[in-house]
Ligand binder design. Structure first.
Ligand code: ZN
Length: 151
């Protein structure tokens, strides 16, 4: 799921939960973690291509988005915050440290959105558009118009 889609889903969830949560900072914290968890993709991109451009990183993953029918850009090596181990670790720690509870909830919500997207929404998009998956792409980052020096 793209960060913009995570932002949309997380905003809806935060708005739905707002009447139930007294501390709005907790809600903001939840939202920031639920959207920001995809930072692992960006860190991987910076490490892999030695390119700190957030715009090019977004374009790299966008061009490999499953809905495009191309090979997935998200792999286990750039999803190290998405696995069950980080979620279980933070979840277990949140039993002891109360301030981690919105983080654990946000991580679980982020994972839920990713699973719904992968197994419910994308298959429908692919079926409707007739897109086949697995088209191989080169490993190189996308080249944008203009120089690579701008971030
Ligand atoms: Zn994600």
């Amino acid at each position: 799921m793209l960060p913009t889609e995570h932002a949309f889903g997380s905003t809806l969830a935060a708005m739905a939960a707002a009447p139930l949560v007294r501390d709005k900072k907790t809600l903001a914290f939840f939202w920031a973690v639920a959207v920001g968890q995809d930072v692992d993709h960006y860190l991987w991109y910076v490490w892999r291509f030695r390119d700190p451009s957030l715009r090019r990183a977004y374009q790299y993953f966008r061009s490999r988005y499953p809905g495009t029918g191309r090979k997935k850009g998200q792999q286990s090596e750039n999803r190290f915050l998405h696995g069950p181990l980080p979620l279980l670790t933070v979840g277990a720690a949140s039993l002891k440290f109360r301030w981690l509870r919105p983080v654990a909830a946000a991580m679980a919500f982020h994972a839920l959105l990713d699973v719904v997207n992968e197994y419910v929404l994308l298959p429908r998009v692919r079926a409707r558009s007739g897109i086949e998956t697995g088209t191989p792409l080169t490993e190189s980052p996308p080249e944008l118009a203009g120089s690579r020096s701008s971030a």
